[in-house]
Design a protein. Structure first.
Length: 220
């Protein structure tokens, strides 16, 4: 059963070719008020709307046409980074190890305890929530970074390296007063409250002092 289009705080997807299993999981998750969107095949899941909310996928290992493990690999290639909980009646140790190494949250053997699935779903939803928060933060930092001028972008890695204004001025061949202006402007644009705050932002953006190379051809 697929819920009608509405606003969700979170959503659990289920892909299992056994209708009784899908119904059972939906009833179980309903006891803690978690909405479920269930499908009988991977292709149905791929074709369905997936709201931008914390989500996870409860996935049967053995499915018609494609195994859950292979589908996990396809999702990775498609950059669909939804946390996966595998369920199976035929699991073995090598299969579970392979799934977990590929990023699965849990690998449950049928019949499993209801609480084990509930715990796994809550863990998966929290994992996806944190990922989404992190991606939103990185996206905002990239937006701020794009507002910097070429000169401010040049000063940024020098600044986070701990260089003094006069050292930066010598490296980029500008006056110390000009460097002070660039420093003030980039701190404002990046919305950094302090230098340590700016350093943390740069780390999240993958900007390091080691990558700094002065480019004297840039305009002063």
């Amino acid at each position: 059963m697929t819920p009608a289009t509405k606003t969700f705080q979170s959503l659990v997807f289920v892909v299992d070719d056994d209708p009784s299993v899908r119904d059972s999981i939906e009833r179980l998750l309903g006891t803690i008020d978690l909405p479920v969107s269930a499908f009988g095949a991977p292709r149905e899941f791929l074709n369905a709307d997936r709201p931008e909310v914390p989500s996870c996928l409860v996935l049967d290992v053995r499915l018609p046409g494609i195994s859950g493990i292979d589908f996990q690999r396809e999702l990775g290639k498609a950059n669909i980074r939804i946390p996966i909980i595998f369920i199976t009646a035929h699991g073995d140790v090598p299969m579970s190890v392979k799934a977990m190494k590929a990023g699965a949250v849990e690998f449950l053997i049928k019949p499993f305890h209801d609480q084990d699935l509930l715990d796994a779903v809550q863990t998966a939803l929290e994992k996806d929530r944190l990922r989404r928060l992190s991606e939103a933060e990185i996206g905002e930092l990239h937006r701020r970074l794009r507002t910097l001028t070429p000169r401010e972008s040049q000063v940024l890695p020098l600044l986070i390296s701990g260089r003094l204004n006069k050292q930066i001025a010598a490296e980029i061949k500008a006056s110390e007063a000009t460097v002070k202006v660039h420093r003030s402007q980039l701190m404002r644009k990046m919305e950094a409250r302090s230098l340590p705050d700016l350093v943390r932002m740069a780390e999240k953006l993958g900007i390091s002092a080691a990558s700094s190379k002065a480019n004297s051809s840039l305009p002063k």
